[in-house]
Ligand binder design. Sequence first.
Ligand SMILES: Nc1nc2c(ncn2[C@@H]2O[C@H](COP(=O)(O)OP(=O)(O)OP(=O)(O)O)[C@@H](O)[C@H]2O)c(=O)[nH]1
Ligand SMILES: [Mg+2]
Length: 228
Amino acid sequence: MTTKKPADVARIPQLALSLAPHRGVPTKPLRIMIMGIPNVGKSTLMNALLKKRVAKVGDEPAVTKTQQKLYLDKHTVLVDTPGLMWPKIEMDSDGMMLAASHAIGTNALIEEEVAFFLGDLLLERYPQLLTARYGFKTDGMDGIAVVENVASRRGFRVRGGEYDIEKAAHVLLHDYRTGALGRISLETPETRAVRIAAHEVEMAEKARIAAEKAAAKAEEAARGKRGT
Ligand SMILES: Nc1nc2c(ncn2[C@@H]2O[C@H](COP(=O)(O)OP(=O)(O)OP(=O)(O)O)[C@@H](O)[C@H]2O)c(=O)[nH]1
Ligand SMILES: [Mg+2]
């Protein structure tokens, strides 16, 4: 659904009530809590349900700082909440994907790294969308080259003639986030399974190296004690 279609939004209270049919009376109002990761449109949904601008919205993560509770009608309470994030993000690629889709904030430096990551991912999954949007052929490119080519095609240069990578990175991310590049899924269950398998191999290798180091240290300590 989209909050841009009022008819979609209008179906929500009834659907929520069907999940808790014993509520929805003045003594026991139906309580609807809007939850999700940052910057996915929770507050926009709150405003759309109430048909007025009660919650601050914006295309930035962490716009909402505290819970806000308001009555939709006598029998229904709505609660908007700040975005939730996992306590620990195990895989770097997950952090990158969350940053690319703007659930995590980026500063100028990391924004470039995120754009390089997105460039690599788009090359793998949607090279034709890059060609359609920016007009360059993607053969033999990597993520950095994608951003450089965006700079080249759009004429983004800094003083001295170098490509303005910061600006090109921003444009690539913006075009992805606004849908200007097209409809994009950063991953599928299959690509996720591949990433998880690779991550597990990497973790096992790290554990093996750490165990080897610990064993070598213990051996050294034992040798020291024996005086050999
Ligand atoms: N295309 C589209 N954009 C939406 C939709 N809902 C919200 N947005 C946009 O998404 C951005 C984030 O909206 P918010 O409502 O502030 O998101 P939030 O989940 O409350 O964000 P936090 O409070 O930061 O966690 C805004 O730029 C909205 O205009 C939608 O259904 N479709
Ligand atoms: Mg919000």
